[in-house]
Design a protein around this ligand. Structure first.
Ligand SMILES: C[S@@+](CC[C@H](N)C(=O)[O-])C[C@H]1O[C@@H](n2cnc3c(N)ncnc32)[C@H](O)[C@@H]1O
Length: 229
């Protein structure tokens, strides 16, 4: 399997441990994402709901949010994640939750190939991604989402609000690509940003083999060095 474009040294399974502390910023972010995701699924038209998650980790957002949702049996999902340990946990969690048509796969979420056969999606999760890639790649990824989105698709995304807060620019890029803003977390919540955008444009033909981003890692971005110690 082709790996992501640069070596990743973080322990991305351990990164999820902060979710287990209900008072942590990550746990608060998770509750927000889950609530917004439930609302997006509430609003989905009757019938099959296709969902994809980019860099899905252990899938805590989607699986946790939808395990008890009335539309859970309509859900067909693909969670794409590079770390096999996270994929195993996500797969087990989906099975335990009875989400029979949600699969977790080891794959490079940065390439459109990862979504062949799973798109156009009605729900696209881009959580824990925008803080780990360069600004130009955020813009590029948003520009490619019309290849992954069905008409009216909801995109649930996150990005920290550390200075300089680039969530206003992210919202601008969504607007440029025909996404209407449905919800944005209040700026008083400094620890994280969560947004929901709805695709109002015309879906673009899906092209496999396109790189959307390079997953650099937030620690590397902050240090400015591609080789953290
Ligand atoms: C910050 S975590 C976010 C996990 C999950 N989306 C969440 O919000 O809970 C980023 C995840 O991206 C994964 N990852 C990094 N590069 C990737 C790539 N090229 N393709 C798929 N997953 C990747 C990491 O293994 C890690 O689990």
């Amino acid at each position: 399997m082709e790996q992501c474009n640069q070596p990743e040294r973080r322990d991305w399974a351990a990164w999820h441990d902060a979710y287990d502390d209900p008072g942590s910023a990550l746990a608060r972010r998770l509750r927000t994402v889950q609530q917004r995701l439930r609302e997006a699924v509430d609003a989905a038209p009757p019938g099959r709901i296709r969902a994809i998650s980019l860099c899905a980790g252990q899938g805590r957002d989607l699986i946790g949010a939808l395990r008890d949702h009335p539309r859970r049996d309509d859900l067909v999902g693909r969670l794409v994640e590079l770390d096999p340990a996270n994929v195993r946990l996500a797969g087990r969690a989906a099975r335990d939750a009875g989400l029979k048509r949600v699969s977790a796969v080891v794959g490079d979420a940065s390439r459109t190939d990862a979504y062949a056969g799973a798109v156009p999606a009605d729900v696209v999760m881009v959580c824990g991604v925008f803080g780990n890639i360069r600004d130009a790649d955020i813009e590029r990824t948003i520009g490619l989402l019309p290849q992954l989105c069905a008409p009216g698709a909801f995109v649930v995304w996150t990005r920290n609000r550390k200075a300089p807060d680039i969530t206003p620019r992210i919202r601008g890029w969504f607007a440029e690509h025909d996404f209407e803003e449905c919800w944005i977390s209040p700026p008083e919540e400094r620890a994280f940003g969560v947004g929901v955008h709805r695709f109002t444009g015309t879906p673009q033909p899906f092209r496999p083999g396109v790189r959307m981003f390079t997953f650099v890692g937030y620690d590397v971005l902050r240090n400015g060095s591609p080789w953290p110690t």
